[in-house]
Design a protein around this ligand. Structure first.
Ligand SMILES: Cc1ncc(COP(=O)(O)O)c(C=O)c1O
Length: 362
């Protein structure tokens, strides 16, 4: 079977070139005489893999020296607990922006460890926009200020230009679905994190980038495995890390570098998103569900006038090789996730197909 255009929200499409490289290395990695999966995480070969990956990511994201890059496990969801356990420790409270399911989950997890102040929410309109942030509502004594930078389910995002000035309160950003896809100034953040399974590689590794002064103050009961300072001290090798996922993410970092880095990636992503949004804006049948100014570059939800048409579209699209377009159950309709690995041709082909569908179903 031929490869399809996979619009899955995650795990999602990976660059073909990287998959082929991993295939080449699969049985025997370079001169190691074994697969990466068979290697000790304490071996020189694996140390080279993880330290090169760390250096490449640092370069790509321009991570300042006073931040540590960690390769962790447990997905974005474990970060929802790790963040309060490690950071909500001075005044026992934090500010959260509620912009979707993932921030809701982060809020309910944080509420187990301290006081959460929701400073803004877009829940009134099914999270179809990014709420205005009013600094008067920010708590100057909050231990951190939390926001989801790209809302995978609802298709909104908070670009770098909208990261608020929190007057010294560390900003925490969930970058799970837009890491390496658009530029952020890391120095505006205290901590960012991202699961790998959208823009970085296979599920299994979670990246956290933590400002050094925020580590070492975890709540007493924090399990060792959930302390940033322990992982930092051990260079992400405290225990056996997800070696293959880290190796693969390292290949993706090299691929992004070869593509020209984040700024080039962002231009391509803007181009891809514009193709899809322009089509939606001009269509009499399809309709985008997100307020224009807050549209994500990565996840594009859209609907047709009836449930029957939604189902027909998803089924016909699948038959043509455009798969995983079904929207999240809380939004309905469709969602096209167009992460870094989705080529411009994939989006153009989808839009062409949508155009034909519109003519046939007027
Ligand atoms: C923005 C965002 N945050 C967090 C998560 C949770 O990640 P995980 O499934 O790795 O726990 C997801 C998953 O899709 C996500 O999209």
């Amino acid at each position: 079977m031929e490869r399809v255009y996979n619009f899955s929200a995650g795990p999602s499409m990976l660059p073909l070139e990287v998959l082929e490289q991993a295939q080449k290395d699969f049985v025997c990695y370079k001169n190691a005489g074994m697969s990466v999966m068979e290697m000790s995480h304490r071996s020189k070969d694996f140390e080279d893999i993880i330290f090169t990956a760390e250096a490449d990511l640092r370069e790509l994201m321009a991570v300042p020296e006073n931040y540590t890059i960690l390769f962790l496990q447990g997905g974005g969801s474990t970060q929802f607990a790790m963040i309060p356990m490690n950071l909500m420790t001075k005044n026992g409270k934090a500010d959260y922006v509620k912009t979707g399911q993932w921030s809701k989950k982060a809020i309910s997890e944080a509420e187990k460890y301290g006081k959460v102040n929701v400073v803004a929410s877009s829940e009134d309109k099914v999270f179809s926009y990014i709420p205005e942030l009013d600094p008067a509502k920010f708590d100057p004594e909050a231990d951190y200020f939390y926001m989801t930078l790209n809302n995978t389910i609802y298709g909104t995002h908070i670009p770098d230009s909208l990261i608020p000035d929190t007057k010294g309160v560390p900003v925490v950003g969930d970058m799970s679905s837009n890491i390496l896809a658009e530029r952020y100034d890391i120095s505006k953040f205290g901590l960012i994190f991202a699961g790998a399974q959208k823009n970085l590689g296979p599920a299994g590794v979670t990246i956290a980038i933590v400002r050094n002064d925020l580590m070492g103050h975890a709540m007493d009961f924090t399990p060792t495995m959930l302390r940033y300072d322990i992982h930092a001290k051990e260079k992400s090798l405290y225990n056996t890390p997800p070696t293959f996922s880290i190796y693969f993410a390292g290949l993706v970092f090299q691929w992004v570098k070869k593509m020209g880095g984040i700024d080039v990636m962002q231009k391509i992503n803007e181009e891809k998103a514009a193709i899809l949004y322009d089509f939606l804006d001009n269509s009499k049948l399809f309709q985008g569900t997100v307020v224009k100014k807050d549209r994500s570059l990565m996840n594009v939800p859209f609907i047709l006038p009836t449930e029957e048409l939604n189902a027909k579209f998803i089924s016909e699209a699948k038959a043509k090789g455009f798969v995983n377009l079904k929207g999240h159950r809380t939004v309905g309709g469709m969602r096209a996730s167009i992460y870094n690995a989705m080529p411009v041709e994939g989006v153009k082909a989808l839009v062409e197909f949508m155009g034909k569908f519109e003519v046939e179903n007027k």
